[in-house]
Ligand binder design. Structure first.
Ligand SMILES: [Zn+2]
Ligand SMILES: [Zn+2]
Length: 209
């Protein structure tokens, strides 16, 4: 089997994807020691144009695309949480996903309601599509920076994003459309304390919009 990033041989799964040892170490280092990275080209560096190993941005993006998960790394083995960097690619990407989702929700009220009531994923699909179309890490709005900072401070992990979306959108509906939407109890039960933390965070964000 070959590494999904650089095509070197990969004997096992690392952090959730089949990648070689070097790419596994790369991912771990980027997450434990996050620094802002940019692509000098069009965010399209790959193995086919021989740039994937030279461009940290595209290599890291590929890691996330392959499903590598930050919570499989012991994030705090070498650093206390307060030293995490809100300008890391990971947090900025999460913040931009949130921002795009929110824009889509604002435009599509009915779709938003369907998403909340029936779990219709259209809103999320449209947001994901638009995010992929416009993905440009250099254009950071002030809002994105604030969100990236909050996501970082609360240590929001990749696996928590779907729940965060729902909580966020339900707070959004409550504030802007005065509609109360109950989130599935099973989702809340997963981690009640965490859920409440996310909820108050989303409330503050929505109130400041
Ligand atoms: Zn590799
Ligand atoms: Zn690149």
């Amino acid at each position: 089997m070959k590494c999904g990033i650089c095509l070197e041989s990969a004997s096992c799964y690392r952090y959730g994807a089949r990648v070689c040892g070097k790419c596994g170490i790369f991912f771990r280092r980027q997450i434990l020691n996050p620094k802002p990275v940019y692509c000098k080209y069009l965010n399209n560096c790959g193995i086919e144009n021989n740039r994937i190993l030279k461009c940290k941005f595209c290599r890291l993006k590929r890691c996330f695309q392959l499903g590598m998960q930050t919570d499989r790394i012991n994030l705090f083995s070498s650093k206390p949480p307060e030293e995490l960097d809100p300008t890391s690619v990971e947090h900025i990407i999460y913040a931009q996903v949130l921002e795009t989702l929110l824009d889509v929700c604002k435009e599509d009220f009915e779709g938003t309601m369907k998403y909340l009531k029936e779990g219709d994923p259209k809103v999320q699909d449209v947001a994901a599509f638009r995010f992929n179309q416009n993905h440009q890490l250099k254009d950071l709005s002030k809002r994105t920076k604030i969100w990236a900072d909050i996501l970082c401070r609360h240590n929001i992990l990749q696996t928590e994003l779907p729940l965060l979306f729902k909580v966020f959108v339900s707070q959004f509906a409550l504030t802007f459309y005065r509609i109360y939407i109950k989130i599935k109890t099973s989702e809340m039960d997963m981690l009640t304390a965490r859920f409440m933390q996310l909820e108050s965070m989303c409330q503050r964000l929505v109130n400041n919009m």
